[in-house]
Design a protein around this ligand. Structure first.
Ligand SMILES: C[S@@+](CC[C@H](N)C(=O)[O-])C[C@H]1O[C@@H](n2cnc3c(N)ncnc32)[C@H](O)[C@@H]1O
Length: 457
């Protein structure tokens, strides 16, 4: 078996990233977009660290039925992986992946609840980050990254993930950038201007925030570009920010922010709570599904009337403020100071007086809490994809709350962390997957744990 060959492969499972995996001649072959049960003619595209990566040339026998994807960019775009699979089948595949990753750590949950679907399968995202690239003759491109090519962008016509207005903003920015001959930032020479366009589109309030990330500002060309975009979109853009980012890192955050329209944030409603979200702050990207997530977190938290809750990784207070409506008190802990400012503003706006936000690293706060022997009836964590820092796991085990909720967007890191809690004396009572990311292999999982008699400080 070697690179460039075709093989017939049976896909046996998904890896943690959601790619299909089969075995041929004793070697693993990873095939993006293939799913268990597929038998396919696979072209071996490359070999890395003894493992082959292939692409499906011909689907001989599908594991699940395939449908025509709505999006013209499907296959090229690095965004959606499963647009050609019925949503019900996507849910089944995700659910079994989550179950398997947890079982692989020798863990069992008291009960697994069926996955909760996303209320919307298309146009569900409230945030998209578009990248600029250079086409032939340096003409600006604006769109998403090509699958597996982190330095290649394709021109986006229509994306099915955010909204119609977001597609029009992309189109308007690209056409005026071309007309004004504005240069795109070049990753190798580090010259040029245009870097990213971030569109936030609030699903419940209709507010739209545009954040243009450029290498230099003030800049007349950027002002002309935005004036033309405002002419095209009118007041549909409710807030606009220019972020100056002259550093080398390819990220859509920078050293200075200029408020061109509005005062730097957008309002969104999730459940009955209103949230201010500014450019650097985290907010769940699927507002409608986040309502289900928060509702379920509150339900699994149980009766909180006499409870003091510690919510680690609080973002703009998404979960903390929902929990505070039921609890005696909540402390939300977040490392990004702008998000903490938003969270405090959100508590005030919604007149939630029993919720306080602390700007700190979760690991530092836990070290102080343990040293001062503070008590919390419930600890909630919702870390980034990488999962919990070792010190956070140890900190929670030292604190020893009776009840503990772990919310995760990455079942692989969740399962690894849960294994530590189980060997530290906790038991998984309930696990509930919630889909916030249709057309991708990802979902959120809420797990509810209780302390058992085997726990020791
Ligand atoms: C997945 S988000 C959770 C947000 C929140 N629970 C919600 O539902 O909106 C993770 C958050 O953790 C924050 N964060 C990352 N590392 C952190 C750390 N070491 N300590 C505290 N917060 C951290 C990020 O800035 C981000 O806002």
């Amino acid at each position: 078996m070697k690179r460039g060959e075709h093989i017939t492969l049976d896909i046996e499972r998904l890896n943690a990233k959601g790619d299909g995996v089969g075995v041929c001649d004793g070697r693993e072959v990873v095939v993006p977009r293939a799913v268990p049960g597929d038998r396919a003619l696979v072209y071996l595209r490359r070999k890395r660290k003894g493992r082959f990566e292939g692409v499906v040339d011909d689907l001989i026998e599908p594991g699940v039925e395939r449908i025509d994807p709505a999006c013209v960019h499907f296959g090229v775009c690095g965004g959606c992986r499963w647009q050609d699979i019925e949503y019900d089948d996507q849910l089944k595949i995700k659910e079994s992946l989550v179950h398997r990753l947890v079982a692989e750590q020798d863990l069992t949950a008291g009960s697994w609840r069926p996955i909760l679907p996303s209320p919307q399968q298309n146009f569900y995202r409230n945030k998209m980050e578009f990248s600029f690239g250079s086409g032939p003759d340096g003409v600006p491109q604006l769109g998403l990254h090509m699958r597996g090519r982190y330095n290649r962008v394709f021109d986006l016509e229509t994306c099915w993930l955010q909204s119609e207005v977001s597609n029009r903003i992309v189109d308007s920015v690209r056409s005026h950038a071309t007309r004004l001959k504005l240069p795109v930032y070049d990753l190798r020479s580090h010259e040029g201007l245009l870097r990213f366009l971030v569109v936030r589109d609030a699903k419940r309030t209709g507010e739209v925030m545009v954040n243009l990330v450029v290498s230099s500002y003030p800049h007349d060309g950027v002002d002309d570009l935005l004036a033309s975009v405002f002419e095209d979109l009118g007041r549909q853009i409710t807030s606009c920010i220019v972020t100056k980012h002259s550093g080398l890192a390819q990220v859509a955050i920078g050293e200075e922010e200029f408020h061109i329209r509005g005062d730097g944030h957008m309002w969104e409603r999730c459940g009955d709570i209103e949230y201010a979200i500014s450019s650097r702050s985290f907010f769940q990207t699927n507002t409608l599904a986040a309502e289900r997530l928060y509702e379920t977190v509150c339900e699994l938290a149980g009766d909180l009337t006499q409870s003091d809750v510690l919510d680690l990784y609080a973002g703009t207070g998404g979960m903390s403020l929902h929990l505070a409506q039921h609890a005696r008190s909540v402390i939300g802990v977040e490392s990004v100071s702008e998000a903490v400012v938003d969270a405090r503003r959100n508590a005030e706006r919604n007149e939630i007086g029993n919720c306080r936000f602390v700007s700190a690293l979760a690991e530092d706060l836990l070290a102080d809490a343990t040293a001062e022997e503070r008590r919390y009836d419930l600890v909630v964590v919702d870390p980034p994809r990488a999962g919990l820092h070792k010190k956070v796991i140890q900190g929670i085990l030292d604190l020893g709350p009776d009840r503990f909720l772990y919310v995760s967007c990455n079942a692989e890191s969740l399962a690894q962390d849960l294994a530590e809690f189980v060997s530290g004396g906790y038991e998984i009572q309930v696990a509930q997957p919630v889909d916030l990311f249709p057309h991708t292999p990802h979902c959120e999982v809420i797990t509810s744990l209780i302390r058992t008699p085997s726990w020791q400080r």
